[in-house]
Each structure stands twice: as structure tokens, then as C-alpha cells.
Design a protein around this ligand. Structure first.
Ligand SMILES: Cc1cc2nc3c(=O)[nH]c(=O)nc-3n(C[C@H](O)[C@H](O)[C@H](O)COP(=O)(O)OP(=O)(O)OC[C@H]3O[C@@H](n4cnc5c(N)ncnc54)[C@H](O)[C@@H]3O)c2cc1C
Length: 459
């Protein structure tokens, strides 16, 4: 990048917040995919006006800008695959207001999701989206990816809580989308278009979020199964039962073993699968529902069910669930992680297919996830330097993607396309649909400078 551009960037954000030192560039060259692309410069704006000035400069000088939150993305969305400037939004981290009367909050994109949850919960309010990365990921990143998480089965995903946005367009123009009222139908729904756009249409600089009242009680239970098919059938049975659990998480045997080896908390390592289930609401109702779900799991041949007796016990179970992802690296150095979703009645078919693939290929496949909404994360743990293993894994991924689409599902429920799923989007989208998206991208970003090369090829 030309020295003159670097100087201008420094004059916009201040010397301290614009760097091209190799150490800094390395720190912002990766995300949770383990892929690595070096940016040329990293900037840390603090205000919307600075973001706008950076985008105007990028338009003038035609360099790529890649918005970035905490870099926990699973599909390479925040990577500088074409060099340019990584725009880190973590300094824009203020909760601007929480309005209990209207049940809304306004935040900057760099607020850490878990911190925001705690702040509103202290006021008796509830922000349900809860990606397992909530302790690190930013609300801006969650909005850009339309993050899901364990509570989606009852409460939906990030898009269901975004009322409006402030956005800096690639040209440097600023727009505001949405309304704060519970209804509003003037013009196209630009908020929905922005949510999940993976940083390709605009830089989100402010977010108005819908809140709910904090549920009075949360009850937590586990159900342990000898056979994964029974656990999967229990998931479908629970969905049909009329009780909507707050969470309905699934772990196969390898996932249970990984979590146990990481935490040593006495998880049933000989089980075929385990479900982690929660209900919430008024105390009596949540307790009655969890008892009914215990009975229901037993009727699907659970070998045991257990209700958490204390909040600490429930917390430990969640620690186990959240430890799976990092613990996987004990198995092998590399991970291919896919977050496929099928209609919930098809979870047993999907789980069986994953098991068949595991047996047929001999690959180390670990599956777990938000089974209550049909979202199973399957992870192939491998050593990518072993070419034959990598080839086998890639074939397994494609086989599973095709099967998922055949079942009426989607190849990504929450991680987005980024670069890792880009080669597969034709499995579920037609040429005409991709072409329309390309034209939308062009309308927002005529010079293709904002996060180029993500989701689909833009040219
Ligand atoms: C251990 C672990 C568990 C996870 N669990 C879940 C889960 O349960 N559910 C789930 O949905 N995801 C999960 N994820 C994935 C990831 O945490 C989410 O995609 C999250 O939303 C990314 O947020 P981030 O702040 O890290 O964004 P980044 O990774 O920095 O960026 C992600 C994308 O958003 C864009 N972006 C970021 N900020 C902005 C902005 N202000 N304006 C415009 N574009 C922006 C980037 O360009 C990029 O395309 C998990 C990840 C890890 C590592």
C-alpha cells in the first residue's frame, strides 16, 4: 500500500490506531478457520465518521476494506484475502442506551455479546441470541453473520432481534435502516438485507436491538442414550410434543469424550449420545416442562436422565458443551467444521448419514450442535498435511452437503459462506439467484472494495 494512503489513514484514526507493523498484521491475519491472509494495514476507528472517511478514501484509491469484530468467524469472512485494510471495530464498544419501557437497546458493533447479555440481565431484560462464542464475539459480527446459538430453538436468531442499523456504505455514505417501533413497513426491509450480509454490503456502526423480559427460571437436564439414533429420534419427539425447550443440544460420543478429556467432570464417555435440554419461564411451568421432557426422553430409550440441582451444576454442563469446539484439537491438528441444518424431522436421517460416513471413511468425525433447530455441527478432525486424508475429508463434506440439500436443508445455518463455503453455494442456489445477489452487491459497492471475494465471486 502506498505510503501516502497509510498517512491519510493515520490522519483519520490517529497514529496509535493505524498500524502496518508485522506483529500487528499477523494478529489480524486469521480467524477461527485457521486460514491466514496478511492484510497490508490494520485500523481501529472509534466513530462512524472515521469509518465513513476510510470508506471514502478506499473508494478514491480502490483498496479493499475488510470489517472485523473479534475474528471468531468460522468461514473466513474477516480475512484479507485480497490484502488491503482490516477495519477492526472493537473500539466502537459502547452500549449507548437500554430502554426498559420500550424493550430496546442501542449498541455499537464492537460490544461483546456476552457482556451485553449480562448488562441487560442485571436490569431484568433478556437478549436471547447466544452463540457459543458469546464470551468473545461482537454484536456487529453476530449481526453480519446472523449468528444463532443454542437458544434459537425457542427464541430465534440474531435477525429476530435487530430493529434497525446505522451503516456506512462502501462509498462512504451513511444510512439508517429500520424503525424502533414494533411495526414498520415503509420501503424495502434493508435491515434484513444487511443482517447476514457478512460485511460485504456495508460497515455496521450502530445496532438497535429488541429485548424481552428475563425469564423467571431456567431448568436444565441431560438425557444419556446408548444409541445415537434414539437420541436423534428423541429430538424429533420433543419438537412434536408441544413443549418448546429453550435449548436442545446434541453431542455424539466423540464430542462427549472430547469435552470430558478437557474438563474431567464425569461425563458419560461410554454413551452413544447425550442431549442437553433447558426449559425456561415461570418457575412452575419450567419445572413441569422439564419433568415431562425427562419422561419423554426415557420413552425414547434414554438410559438415564438427570435434572441439574443447582445453578453450578447447570453451568458445568454448559461448560462441557462449550468446551467441545476447543477440545477437538486434542484429536488432530486441523478441523473442517460445517454447520448444516435440516428440517427437524430429518435429524435422525442426518445423524445416521454422519455415522455411516464415519464408519465408511475411517475419518475422525465429531458431531454436536443445536439439534433442536436441526442444526448439527459436524467436525472432521484431521492432519491437512496428509493429502489422502484431506482428499477423503473434502469428498465427505461434499457428500454431506448434497445429502443435506436433498433433505430440504441448508449448508450453513449460522456460520455464513465466507470463503470456505463459497465453492458450494450452487448446491442450494440457482444461477439466477446468485446473479441477483451480484447485482445487489454492485448497487451497494460499485467498485467491489468492501470485503471482496466473499460469499460468491463478485465479478
Ligand atoms: C468456539 C466458537 C463457537 C461458536 N459458536 C457459534 C454459535 O453457536 N453460533 C453462531 O452463529 N456462531 C458461532 N461461532 C461463529 C462466530 O463466533 C460467529 O460467526 C460470530 O458472529 C462472529 O463474530 P465476530 O465478532 O468474531 O466477527 P468476525 O469473525 O470478526 O467477522 C465475521 C464476519 O462479520 C463481518 N463483520 C464483523 N463486524 C462487522 C461490522 N461491524 N460491520 C459489517 N461487517 C462486520 C466480517 O467482515 C466477517 O465477514 C462460533 C465460533 C467459535 C470460535
Amino acid at each position: 500500500m502506498k505510503k501516502s494512503i497509510f498517512k491519510k489513514l493515520r490522519s483519520i484514526v490517529g497514529r496509535k490506531y493505524c498500524t502496518d507493523s508485522e506483529t500487528d498484521l499477523i494478529c489480524y491475519s486469521y480467524d477461527a478457520t485457521n486460514l491466514r491472509y496478511m492484510p497490508e494495514v490494520v485500523v481501529f476507528p472509534e466513530r462512524m465518521e472515521e469509518v465513513a472517511a476510510i470508506m471514502r478514501l478506499a473508494t478514491e484509491e480502490r483498496f479493499p476494506v475488510i470489517p472485523r469484530g473479534a475474528g471468531t468467524g468460522m468461514t473466513g469472512g474477516a480475512l484479507a484475502i485480497k490484502g488491503g485494510v482490516v477495519l477492526v471495530l472493537t473500539r466502537m464498544n459502547r452500549i449507548l442506551r437500554t430502554d426498559a419501557d420500550n424493550m430496546v437497546a442501542e449498541v455499537e458493533p464492537g460490544v461483546i455479546t456476552g457482556n451485553f447479555q449480562k448488562v441487560v440481565e442485571a436490569k431484568g431484560l433478556f437478549y436471547p441470541p447466544d452463540p457459543s462464542s458469546a464470551a468473545y464475539s461482537t454484536i456487529g459480527g453476530n449481526v453480519a453473520e446472523c449468528a444463532g446459538g443454542a437458544r434459537a430453538v425457542k427464541y430465534g436468531v440474531t435477525k429476530d432481534y435487530v430493529l434497525g442499523l446505522s451503516v456506512v456504505l462502501p462509498t462512504g455514505d451513511c444510512i439508517h435502516t429500520g424503525v424502533e417501533t414494533t411495526k414498520g413497513v415503509v420501503g424495502y426491509d434493508m435491515t434484513r438485507l444487511m443482517v447476514g450480509s457478512e460485511g460485504t454490503l456495508g460497515v455496521i456502526t450502530k445496532i438497535v436491538l429488541r429485548l424481552l423480559p428475563l425469564p423467571e427460571t431456567v431448568c436444565t437436564m441431560t438425557a444419556v442414550f446408548d444409541h445415537i439414533e434414539d437420541a436423534a429420534r428423541a429430538v424429533s419427539g420433543i419438537i412434536r410434543s408441544g413443549i418448546i425447550p429453550r435449548t436442545l443440544e446434541y453431542m455424539d460420543q466423540s464430542a462427549i469424550r472430547c469435552a470430558e478429556s478437557y474438563l474431567n467432570i464425569g461425563l458419560p464417555v461410554d454413551a452413544g449420545a447425550m442431549l442437553l435440554i433447558e426449559t425456561d419461564g415461570p418457575k412452575e411451568m419450567a419445572e413441569m416442562e422439564i419433568s415431562k421432557l425427562c419422561a419423554l426422553c426415557l420413552s425414547y430409550r434414554a438410559r438415564s436422565v438427570h435434572k441439574a440441582k443447582t445453578p453450578k451444576e447447570a453451568l458445568d454442563l454448559w461448560k462441557a458443551r462449550k468446551a467441545i469446539s476447543p477440545a477437538l484439537f486434542k484429536l488432530n491438528p486441523d478441523k473442517i467444521n460445517e454447520d448444516i441444518v435440516v428440517p427437524r424431522s430429518k435429524v435422525p436421517d442426518l445423524v445416521k448419514k454422519i455415522d455411516d460416513l464415519r464408519n465408511k471413511t475411517g475419518l475422525t468425525i465429531v458431531s454436536f450442535g443445536h439439534a433442536g433447530d436441526g442444526n448439527i455441527h459436524f467436525n472432521i478432525m484431521l492432519d491437512k498435511s496428509k493429502t489422502s486424508e484431506l482428499k477423503k475429508a473434502n469428498v465427505a463434506v461434499e457428500t454431506l452437503f448434497k445429502y443435506t440439500v436433498e433433505l430440504g436443508g441448508t449448508i450453513s445455518g449460522e456460520h455464513g459462506v465466507g470463503i470456505t463455503k463459497l465453492p458450494f453455494i450452487r448446491l442450494e442456489m440457482s444461477e439466477a439467484e446468485i446473479d441477483l445477489m451480484r447485482r445487489i452487491k454492485k448497487a451497494f459497492d460499485p467498485n467491489n472494495i468492501l470485503n471482496p471475494g466473499k460469499i460468491f465471486l463478485h465479478a
